[in-house]
Design a protein. Structure first.
Length: 334
């Protein structure tokens, strides 16, 4: 007597086998987000490490914008018409907000301060600047816990720089001011992203293509010096991996993936751990010892970012996910 199994051959005997083969969507999103936070921290560390390397800011920028263009060239060619159709005003916000002006400001500000400053001020102040842009554009003032969060961010930045104000350390104060400019530029970029109808690959192309062209022009005309030809191979490899592949390519794709899996609000809360990761990694990698002001300022900024990205319960259902995302972007998701 022949017996037959009515269970389809492709169906596992139970859910456990399928679970072993694949992570859940939430786990996939969490993994992508943790990698993204690590890349954001690496961006802050590399901004500080640039001053001690054999590379110049222009060299790091060429790697940052050139590598994604090279890797994504076929995909960008297929999207060329959609990229070219982006309105000029929106394209300007993205290109200026996360392109050459932002990159040079972040790198120069980091050379004058510390990795903790870069990792805290640049992403931490973005919600405050975005809220200011929203108010200026007639989109309404922040409400509830958002207001508390913005106040904590401002208090955290004051705590970071207070000792240098008292000591009149002009270099650090100048660096902090430049990092504030970089954060304001990134806020402009996040607002521009809300206005553009491109997938993550197209958004990377819109940012990197003109930015690489501008940097190449500045280098070829001698306006910005370059030391790429004589730079140490180890420095080139480090910045190629961290800035080009990591920040330029992986962070943007992974963060967009994490938002689809976890949602913008949940992603932003976990992403706010980036300043903490920077402080912890700077100790063994850059021999930076966190000062009392850092130990006070960084938690305040982190808590502020978490609260600033929380939507009021009464309005959560009516607000779009893109509005929350605009306040949660980090400096590495271009």
């Amino acid at each position: 007597m022949v017996t037959t199994n009515t269970r389809p051959a492709t169906m596992p005997p139970d859910g456990r086998a399928a679970g072993r083969r694949r992570l859940s969507p939430q786990a996939e999103g969490m993994l992508a987000l943790l990698v993204t936070v690590t890349i954001w921290a690496a961006f802050a560390l590399s901004a500080r490490a640039l001053s001690a390397s054999s590379l110049l800011p222009a060299d790091a920028a060429l790697l940052r914008f050139g590598v994604p263009v090279l890797v994504l060239a076929p995909a960008l060619w297929r999207r060329r018409r959609r990229i070219a159709a982006v309105p000029l005003a929106t394209a300007a916000k993205i290109i200026c907000g996360a392109g050459v002006p932002f990159f040079l400001a972040a790198m120069y500000g980091g050379s004058l301060t510390s990795a903790a400053f870069v990792g805290s001020i640049v992403p931490g102040m973005v919600p405050l600047f975005v809220s200011a842009l929203m108010v200026a554009g007639g989109r309404g003032a922040p409400r509830g816990t958002q207001t508390v969060g913005l106040a904590l961010i401002a208090a955290g930045v004051v705590a970071l720089v207070w000792r240098y104000v008292a000591a009149l350390d002009t270099d650090v104060l100048a660096g902090a001011g430049i990092l504030l400019v970089a954060s304001g530029l990134w806020a402009l970029y996040t607002v521009g992203l809300r206005e553009v109808d491109l997938d993550p690959v197209g958004s990377i192309g819109l940012l990197c293509l003109p930015s690489f062209a501008v940097m190449a022009l500045l280098v070829l005309t001698g306006i910005l010096p370059t030391g790429l030809a004589s730079a140490a191979g180890s420095d080139i490899a480090l910045f190629l991996v961290v800035q080009g592949l990591g920040v330029g390519l992986c962070a943007g794709l992974l963060y967009a993936f994490a938002i689809r899996r976890l949602g913008a609000e949940r992603s932003s809360v976990i992403g706010s751990l980036s300043p903490v990761a920077v402080v912890l990694l700077a100790v063994p990698l850059l021999d930076e010892s966190p000062t009392l002001t850092v130990l006070i300022g960084v938690p305040l900024i982190t808590a502020g970012v978490v609260l600033a990205n929380r939507r009021p319960r009464l309005h959560a259902a009516s607000e779009s996910a893109s509005e929350s995302e605009s306040k949660s972007e980090g400096p590495a998701d271009a």
